[in-house]
Design a protein around this ligand. Structure first.
Ligand code: NAP
Length: 271
């Protein structure tokens, strides 16, 4: 066996026996996160909101690529607190446990501040920020009972820099920083209090992708994309898998000492 093969087989067992719920897991960055977690041995539940055709296609492709991983798909609107609680419970009922929650699903409804409709403001906050809160709340309860868990938020570089025409999106994505840090503090405190110190603990972190080649960017005109590429030091858009590898790193038991942090993956955009 070569050194590379040894490394690969070890890496493939990091999440063996773990169950992950990835919202928006049926396409784009979320689908890459599902594949990456499965490649480390995890069983995966992928959430989606309404595109059942894409969810079925994802499930078929995933099953073919990862026959060893038990996977399921769960439909629900994370803009609804009830759907958030129901889908978390569905995952636990289906797989028997929930070790890793990735709050990945997100939407945009871009308008300049002066043109922003009340409904576009509310909807983006409901889905991108409140959804992550309700899902985390439901998952945290279960994780604290078990004494271990990982929560990862997929925020955005726009949460750090703001973005013209994206006041709702930027506000929601930076709101995730406060959510991440507060959850991280409370989770650590509860684990300490319970005395359930198994060395794995419950950690909460956020990842801030830069511009990543997914359907979300399809509405951006090619000329604007060229302008964006010119601003990215590495000179290209990112790939979904480049976000996913940071998520599986954070999800590992061995990442127990990393909590409340924001991980930028953006080709150097914010330097
Ligand atoms: N792409 C980028 O450049 C970029 C950059 C920074 C941050 N991000 C963030 O990364 C995350 C994933 O982005 P992406 O580009 O992969 O997105 P995407 O390709 O548009 O996929 C979105 C996924 O989220 C699901 N979803 C949308 N609204 C939902 C809702 N209300 N309830 C439940 N699920 C919902 C979709 O389900 P359906 O298929 O059913 O619609 C789909 O699975 C988002 O949070 C985004 O803000 C993306």
């Amino acid at each position: 066996m070569t050194a590379t093969q040894v490394r690969t087989s070890r890496a493939g067992e990091k999440l063996l026996g773990r169950v992950a719920f990835v919202t928006g897991g049926t396409r784009g960055i979320g689908a890459a996160i599902c594949r990456s977690l499965a490649s480390q041995g995890a069983d995966v539940a992928a959430g989606y909101s309404g595109n059942t055709e894409r969810a079925q296609l994802f499930a078929q492709e995933f099953a073919a690529a990862h026959p060893e991983s038990h996977m399921s798909v769960h439909r629900g609107d994370i803009g609804s607190p009830e759907d958030c609680r129901r889908t978390v419970q569905e995952v636990i009922d289906r797989h028997g446990r929930l070790d890793i929650l990735v709050n990945n699903a997100g939407i945009t409804a871009d308008r300049t501040v002066l043109k922003m409709a009340d409904e576009d403001w509310r909807r983006v906050l409901d889905v991108n920020l409140s959804g992550a809160f309700y899902l985390s709340q439901a998952a945290l309860r279960h994780m604290l009972e078990r004494g271990s868990g990982r929560i990862v938020m997929i925020s955005s570089v726009i949460g750090e820099t703001g973005g013209i025409g994206q006041v709702n999106y930027a506000s929601a994505k930076s709101g995730l920083f406060g959510l991440t840090k507060t959850l991280a503090r409370e989770a650590a405190m509860q684990i300490q209090r319970s005395g359930n110190t198994n060395g794995i603990g419950v950690t909460v972190n956020a990842v801030t992708p830069g511009y990543i080649a997914t359907e979300m960017l399809e509405t951006v005109p090619e000329k604007v994309l060229d302008g964006l590429r010119a601003k990215i030091p590495v000179g290209r858009l990112g790939e979904p898998a480049e976000i996913a590898r940071v998520v599986h790193f954070l999800a590992a038991d061995a990442s127990a000492y990393i909590t409340g942090q924001i991980w930028a993956v953006n080709g150097g955009l914010d330097m």
